[in-house]
Design a protein around this ligand. Structure first.
Ligand code: DGL
Length: 271
């Protein structure tokens, strides 16, 4: 059985990289739903339907455990998948998200107890970070900022262009105008580490930036340690297979820019 890593597009590769560095022994399948990205502007219902289709496909391909390496899918689909689909149809499989481990990590970072969140429209509208952080640390305030242009810039490989600066600065300025006492910024979208250099450039230096790769990798390692019954089912050949709902050539050329190495991908149809 393998470990599945799912994202609407290329963003989950930033999580996969860290997971594979931390846990190189397992076999992984990465699935990017590039044909239907971005998810961030889509309704609850649509994100749920798309995510479940992809998760089901990964189950059919023998994934025991799937990480939704996508905040939008974690915000809009994870709970229903866990509470309905898994219980009824796949009681022995597991699906984990990225929001809970990220929320758990911020307590140690913030002194002002005011934390910024940049994310897709969908994640912001779901209010998931405010709720999750509120449950764990009621004294921490989360200031939300949707950044709807960032994922399209990244998916179109324009994130290093001069044009990207305009939208990076625009959303960070809007966030800081809401509350200037933020001392920690959560990059609540797995695509955003690709904009990290520009984000650092436009953000005051004293603000901690939280990326999710290491956090999710540590949390998965911890999960596997606490659940030997799942861990024992995971095969350990150190392999990775890349799948995309778009053309494999397109995925290969963009993914290799993000991963800084050539990869081979296969097209997959969800029908
Ligand atoms: N990478 C996804 C996330 O973490 C979202 C990208 C999208 O809008 O599809 O939210």
């Amino acid at each position: 059985m393998k470990i599945g890593v799912f994202d609407s597009g290329y963003g989950g590769l930033t999580i996969l990289e860290e997971i594979r560095e931390r846990l190189p022994q397992y076999d992984y399948i990465y699935l990017g739903d590039n044909a239907r990205t971005p998810y961030g502007t889509r309704s609850f219902e649509v994100v749920y339907r798309y995510t479940w289709q992809c998760v089901k496909k990964l189950f059919e391909m023998d994934c025991q455990l799937i990480i939704l390496a996508c905040n939008t899918a974690s915000a809009k689909a994870l709970r229903s998948i866990q509470q309905n689909e898994l219980i009824q149809n796949y009681p022995n499989r597991r699906v984990l998200g990225v929001i809970r481990p990220t929320a758990e990590s911020i307590d140690e970072l913030t002194k002002t107890r005011i934390v910024g969140l940049v994310a897709t429209d969908g994640t912001v509208q779901s209010n998931s970070y405010t709720l999750e952080v509120g449950k764990l640390f009621p004294d921490i305030e989360v200031v939300n900022q949707a950044c709807p242009m960032w994922v399209p810039l990244i998916e179109n490989n324009e994130h290093l262009s001069d044009g990207a600066d305009f939208f990076v600065k625009k959303y960070l300025d809007q966030l800081l105008a809401k509350n200037g006492a933020i001392d920690t910024l959560i990059l609540g979208c797995t695509h955003y580490p690709l904009l990290l250099q520009k984000i650092k450039h436009y953000l005051p230096e004293h603000i901690n930036i939280v990326t999710q790769g290491t956090i999710v990798a540590d949390s998965l390692a911890d999960y596997l340690r606490r659940h030997p019954e799942t861990e024992q089912l995971c095969s350990k050949g150190g392999n990775i297979q890349f799948l995309t709902t778009e053309s494999s050539e397109k995925f290969q050329s963009s993914a290799s820019i993000f991963l800084k190495k050539a990869i081979k991908a296969d097209h997959i149809s969800l029908d």
